[in-house]
Design a protein around this ligand. Structure first.
Ligand code: HEM
Length: 405
């Protein structure tokens, strides 16, 4: 991806301060009410903010294609025949099929005890402490360890893996494009060099993991090459990592700040855990997804031209009052909170959603059983705990005080 192929979300949103980027919800509301279909002339990009419009962009692949010449996706692009993102049905179906088997409910049930063991170990390490940085101690290590184990990559290397995927997912900005692109190219090379021998070894001696499955899989009648398995694995290590970290971090943030007191309610009734997770996914997950207009259309009452990009602001759709009553309220009991679009919709609906939900569920349930309550650390100021990235700010740390059970 060079600079002209890159879309800068930051330029579009005009959200300047870190605080505004962390809480873009007032801007989402303004856009939904005043400019629900907004054309950014500077970048020649359409933006949609209403629930029905966002969903239409995601579901209607004939009109809104994933074969994009430009994108805001920060991961360096590779248009090989296994790339699952930059393609449409029908070829997308075959590529997705390569992975679908690894994510069946049956495979998930098999993984559950392994995920539980990882969560137990991480939570045992924080027991006995008065305060803990829950991002560093749980939200980061859990997903990276899980995805490394599932792929069959040594989880002792999780810090290396995390460091590479951080760089690959780091958003571009206009000012630093060249430097960031160089760092990404370097990270991609190091990550690939690290994975190659692992893939070669698993081709010779397959084990019970996703990389071994991929070395045996066929696409268009041919086995995947080592290079293709490497790229697939990098994609999965990335996809399953940053996002799930953000979910677990945001769950803790919401329990502390969006609805103080909810922790004790959950603790008294663990069957509420899935509802809390869905509400955090709806309420506090400011993300967006892009597509390319495949043919001229007026579906949104404007002239969208073939080749233009549309950004579907899922985080804004998730607070659309026409879909969710009192959408700006955090309410784990709302009946339809699982209709959020945080995992996308249509053909590209997140394949790892059941895994992400299971990880969050196990992490939270295990935690809640061990601690009577949690409180914000003294003098906590969220701005000091945010990443450097622009739109889609996430927490790099979240210190919390723990009350023993
Ligand atoms: C909270 C956590 C997660 C969030 C918010 C999330 C979000 C998303 C979204 C929005 C898409 C659709 C992108 C598009 O339409 O262009 C997607 C696709 C995908 N996700 Fe996730 N994801 C999460 C966790 C995971 C995990 C744990 C994995 C697995 C390791 C995973 C693997 C994938 C894959 C393989 C795709 C591509 C599906 C396709 O294009 O057919 N994700 N994810």
């Amino acid at each position: 991806m060079n600079q002209t192929q890159t879309i800068f979300l930051q330029e579009m949103s005009k959200l300047k301060t870190k605080q505004a980027q962390w809480e873009p919800f007032a801007w989402y509301k303004e856009m939904r009410e005043n400019s629900p279909v907004f054309y950014d002339a500077g970048q020649n990009v359409w933006n949609v903010f209403l629930y029905d419009d966002v969903k239409r962009v995601l579901v209607d692949h004939r009109l809104f294609s994933n074969k994009k010449e430009r994108s805001f996706i920060p991961v360096p692009r590779d248009d090989n025949r296994t790339n699952i993102n930059f393609c449409d049905p029908p070829e997308h179906r075959t590529r997705r099929g390569l992975l679908a088997q690894a994510f069946t409910p049956r495979s998930l049930r098999e993984w559950e005890p392994r995920i539980q063991a990882i969560a137990d170990e991480l939570i045992a390490e924080i027991e006995g402490q008065a305060t803990v940085d829950i991002v560093q101690k749980l939200a980061i290590p859990l997903p990276v360890t899980v995805i490394a184990e599932l792929l069959g990559v040594p989880s002792r290397d999780r810090e290396l893996i995390k460091a590479w995927s951080d760089i690959l997912f780091y958003p571009y900005s206009k000012e630093t494009f060249g430097d960031v692109a160089e760092q990404k190219a370097q990270a991609l090379k190091e990550f690939s060099d690290y994975l190659y021998p692992i893939v070669q070894e698993k081709r010779k001696h397959p084990a019970d993991d996703i990389i071994s499955d991929l070395t045996r899989a066929t696409l268009e009648g041919e086995q995947l090459t080592d290079a293709e398995v490497v790229r697939f694995s990098i994609g999965l290590l990335g996809a399953g990592n940053e996002t799930t970290t953000m979910l677990i971090s945001n769950i803790f943030y919401s329990m502390l700040f969006d609805q103080p007191g909810i922790y004790r309610e959950i603790r008294a009734d663990l069957s509420l855990v899935p509802k809390l997770i869905e509400e955090v996914l709806r309420y506090r997950f400011p993300v967006a997804i892009d597509r390319q207009v495949a043919q001229d259309t007026t579906v949104f009452g404007h002239n969208l031209k073939k080749g233009q990009i549309v950004v579907a602001w899922t985080g804004a759709a998730n607070r659309d009052e026409s879909k969710f009553d009192h959408a700006e309220n955090f309410d784990i009991h709302r009946p339809n909170n699982q209709h959020h679009l945080t995992f996308g919709a249509g053909p590209h609906l997140c394949l790892g959603a059941p895994l992400a939900r299971m990880e969050a569920n196990i992490a939270l349930t295990t935690f809640v059983k061990r601690f009577a309550d949690i409180y914000p650390a003294e003098g906590f100021n969220v701005v000091e705990h945010l990443t450097d990235s622009a739109v889609g700010q996430s927490l790099k740390s979240l210190p919390i005080r723990l009350e023993k059970a």
